[in-house]
Design a protein around this ligand. Sequence first.
Ligand SMILES: C[S@@+](CC[C@H](N)C(=O)[O-])C[C@H]1O[C@@H](n2cnc3c(N)ncnc32)[C@H](O)[C@@H]1O
Length: 251
Amino acid sequence: MMDQNNLSTKNGVAWSSNSYAAWVNLYGTPPEVAEKIKADPEFKLRRVIHHLPELRGLNIANPLGSNGRIATALALLGANVTVFDISESNARYASELATAADIKIEYVVGEFQSTALAHAGRFDAVVMELGIVHYFADVNHFVAAVRSLISENGLVVLNEFHPLLGKSISVNSGDISLRGDYFLTSPKIARTPFEDFIDEDIPTCLIRQWNLGEIVTAFASGGFRIQRLIEHPSRHIAQLPGTYTLVATAG
Ligand SMILES: C[S@@+](CC[C@H](N)C(=O)[O-])C[C@H]1O[C@@H](n2cnc3c(N)ncnc32)[C@H](O)[C@@H]1O
């Protein structure tokens, strides 16, 4: 089993490398983005909102919540939101975004599994989106940290990249080819997602891509009842799944 410290240290360095400037280049300044999210918070939440109950007054954890755009949209609809993320640079963007949107979010900077310990049972729901599970060396340990945040009947909504395309198949202008082993268990070097939006050398990430079966089994055996597992067509090739949504309740 690989060491979480190796992953977290490398990914912490990569994600703290001026992601703030990348978000400004990609999305706009925090006040500009605040205006857009305020105009239509449901749109920002389109991948998860249909699985959540009434948001007003709901206590939501948003692990790996990055620049805080999802947290801001949730808070604009009345939820009390806590982001967990390893990057100070992301935290700065999220904090300026929340101020500009005239809402409050709590932002916990640090390694998720370590920082979750101090927040046990505080939340009604955990919401996670797009680029989460591959940052963890042990999927069972990750699921245990998620489980610790909520009490009995608490809800988890995980909208995530589908490992079939992410791990093993590449699509280039309609041409499909095998690019990797779906059953690979070792970590691999990966580009840091925001590096195209900044004119600086950004260190690489180190990720462990878990299979769909491993992820679902970790939730099913880690104190959750699986309610739904929905596979969504890829934007690049509609005949294959590009993302999925897992909805589960604790208990
Ligand atoms: C691809 S982003 C997730 C996307 C984000 N949910 C969104 O919708 O914008 C991955 C995030 O995970 C954070 N991260 C990576 N490893 C982490 C860890 N072990 N603990 C906490 N945060 C981590 C990074 O700082 C980054 O913000």
